[in-house]
Design a protein around this ligand. Structure first.
Ligand code: AHR
Length: 548
């Protein structure tokens, strides 16, 4: 039986069983069918036509902000520092994650940053007043230190230009400094700084959140689009192979959402390769009505945002009759709502202030699991994704003087990196649903809809035959059973099965109690063509399976 036939038969079965209900808009867009009651079912087919997803989908972000760099990754005074001042315990943790790409140096920070301040002899680097976060920036850590650090943790740099206060010529000089071998002003400057070999940075962001009135150098869409186009055109002279990411809307609640993206792309479509998406989610009165059930559905809002921005790209492609299809860079995403404004975002002209140090609980981790599922589902379009951020600032990892703490959101992110490999498989899921209501919520989130209790994705690594299934159970009260039917392949061994759950969705880890929200083993069903998982209430679960 072909996979199309088996999918057809599965969907027909759903119909004749009388269990399927009319699908709501969300269900349809994620390929789900609603079911009245009973165990959920997922039919998995091999999707052998599909390419492997780009592992850069699960990148991260390191900004000059708060304690992210100073006392995070760089602390020369620490007994834990290596000869370059990098914290070795942090290197070990981040390296262990195998993060594929790391965005740097911002964020809002980049829109006022002069990269020249951060290169050359450290004793000559200026201390400046950093205006995005009102902090003191000593520039003791700059581009070369970042590239060295990336080498130590085994990740690829994704650098951003200052297109706020900065002009195209300095962006071009930055690429010349980083990527040209020798014999030019900026490449020879890099050599004089002790870096003979070019850094060969391939991915670059053309500014950051330029649609935001909070951004230094914020400007209208068309003006930004022209600046991005001019910068990109000059950069192409240096290196045609660069991958350039234009700034898209900062989030769907912006009054200019989608119009910004359209106008920017109308100006620079032919010169760029991708557009950025950002979004931070919170369990707040305006976003969810403080409802955990609504909060856990927010990865579907992220999914909608991806489709909408992709539609704008395709619209402009059509208008311009361009053969080029843009890809998407979701280069800032996370839960973030508690440590967000006021003193949490004001460095008060101090060095390495404690800013945006969000404490993450179990429900945040479950939603981060949902984001992982969404990114995988949308990975044909989203090539880069960056969990924002990696260290201390809205981060899965937090340092004190002597150690590194893993916050709850570390675990779903780590599973994505460790287990999800190869291609994303086709899934038809039949799951019971629960209703959500839009009344009283922020407009971009105000929808009445049906949300499946279970959110499932699966990947298969064609190299070694290992599959990964990631399962979110949004049911806050009850265990839910999920029967997975494998049509073109059958698991032969369960390599790992773990779940992240607990009685209290508000529980979080601290340096004193680092084990409150950690994964625990889950009894896995016998490996077979049909496997029934019992998913605990409020849980995110990974099954790692051998199929050969
Ligand atoms: O990640 C924190 C901040 O959020 C970034 O600096 C900015 O780009 C976004 O608004």
């Amino acid at each position: 039986m072909t996979s199309t036939e088996s999918r057809r038969r599965f969907l027909a079965d759903l119909g004749t069983a009388g269990a399927a209900l009319a699908a709501g808009p969300w269900l349809q867009t994620v390929g789900y069918a609603a079911q009245a009651r009973g165990p959920a079912r997922a039919l998995v087919t091999s999707a052998s036509h599909r390419q492997d997803f780009d592992r850069r989908l699960f990148g991260a972000f390191l900004e000059h902000l708060g304690r992210s760099i100073y006392t995070g990754v760089y602390e020369p005074e620490s007994p834990l520092a290596d000869k370059n001042g990098f914290r070795t315990d942090v290197i070990k943790e981040v390296k262990g994650l195998t993060v594929p790409i790391m965005r740097y140096p911002g964020g809002n920070f980049v829109s006022g940053y002069n990269w020249l301040d951060g290169v050359g002899p450290k004793n000559k680097r200026p201390t400046v007043l950093e205006r995005a976060w009102n902090s003191l920036e000593t520039n003791q850590f700059g581009t070369n230190e970042f590239v060295d650090w990336c080498g130590l943790i085994g990740t690829e740099p994704l650098l951003a230009f200052n297109l706020g206060t900065g002009m195209p010529d300095m962006a071009v000089a930055y690429v010349e400094y980083c990527n040209v071998d020798k014999g030019t002003k900026w490449s020879d400057l890099r050599r004089s700084h002790g870096y003979e070999r070019p850094h060969n940075v391939r991915y670059w962001c053309l500014g950051n959140e330029m649609d935001g009135p909070w951004q230094m150098g914020h400007m209208p869409a068309r003006e930004y689009g022209q600046k991005a186009r001019d910068t990109a055109r000059q950069l192409r002279v240096l290196d045609r192979g660069l991958q350039l990411i234009a700034c898209g809307s900062s989030n769907p609640s912006m009054p200019t959402y989608l119009v910004w993206d359209r106008e920017v792309l109308e100006e620079c479509y032919d010169q760029v390769d991708a557009i950025s998406l950002h979004n931070y989610f919170g369990n707040t009165p305006e976003q969810t009505g403080n409802s955990t059930a609504r909060f856990l559905a927010m990865n579907l809002d992220m999914e909608r945002q991806i489709r909408e921005i992709a539609a704008v790209c395709d619209y402009v492609q059509g208008l311009q009759k361009s053969p080029k299809r843009l890809w998407l860079s979701f280069d800032e995403w996370n839960v973030w709502y508690r440590a967000r404004s006021g003193p949490y975002a004001d460095g008060n002209r101090t060095f390495a202030p404690k800013l945006l140090e969000e404490v993450y609980n179990l429900e945040d981790a479950l939603l981060v699991g949902g984001f992982v599922n969404t990114l995988l589902r949308q990975s044909e379009r989203v090539r880069i994704g960056c969990l924002a951020q990696i260290m201390n600032v809205i981060a899965p990892l937090v340092t004190n003087k002597t150690s590194v703490l893993r916050q709850s959101i570390y675990y779903p992110y780590a599973w994505a990196l460790q287990y999800a490999r190869g291609r994303v498989l086709d899934l038809s899921v039949e799951s019971e649903t629960y209703p959500i209501e839009g009344r009283g919520l922020r407009r971009d989130l105000a929808r009445d809809d049906q949300v499946p209790f279970l959110d499932v994705v699966a990947t298969l690594n064609g190299q070694n035959g290992q599959a990964c299934v990631l399962m979110l159970n949004r049911d806050l009260e009850s265990e839910r059973e999920l029967t997975i039917e494998w049509r073109d392949t059958a698991p032969s061994r369960v390599l790992a099965c773990e779940t992240l759950t607990g009685p209290d969705v508000k529980a979080f880890n601290t340096f004193e109690q680092p084990q409150r929200v950690v994964p625990r083993p889950l009894d896995a069903p016998k490996p077979a063509a049909r496997m029934s998982f019992k998913l605990p209430p409020r849980s995110y679960t990974v099954a790692h399976l051998a199929t050969m």
